[in-house]
Design a protein around this ligand. Structure first.
Ligand SMILES: [Zn+2]
Length: 129
């Protein structure tokens, strides 16, 4: 899929608006089966930390952390939509909600792989319990 290098994205209610720099298009689109993503159900793609610019509503973003508290999951505090998260397996990247991209129908994407987040590469046996 071809998308512009700079792409607008927003949560559902529009309180949070952000711009993504995606020079390589959708990088590594995926789902994940960890306890959180399973519930969230979003298709996620990767972007560098400086590849996301929050245009509006930074103060509306809520932060959620769990388990090792490494990853930072952000969502709109008004409408509850997940926007992006700082990854645990690669903290130099954000994952972002592909469905937040303007003009992209995430449900039309084909062959999205599901990552084995239950057996996260950063997890040892104890922290999985
Ligand atoms: Zn919102």
């Amino acid at each position: 899929m071809k998308i512009n290098p700079i792409h607008k994205a927003s949560c559902h209610c529009g309180a949070v608006q952000f711009e993504l720099s995606l020079p390589n298009g959708l990088d590594d689109p995926r789902r994940c089966d960890c306890s959180m993503c399973q519930r969230r159900g979003a298709i996620v793609a990767s972007v560098t930390l400086d590849g996301i610019k929050i245009i509006k509503g930074e103060d509306k973003l809520s932060l959620y952390q769990f388990n090792t508290m490494m990853a930072k999951h952000y969502f709109c505090s008004v409408c509850g939509i997940y926007t992006h998260h700082q990854r645990r397996s690669n903290p130099t990247q954000y994952g972002f909600n592909v469905a937040c991209l303007e003009g992209v129908n995430a449900l039309k994407l084909k062959d999205i792989p599901t990552y084995d987040g239950v057996n996260h590469p950063s997890d040892n046996e104890e922290s999985k319990l």
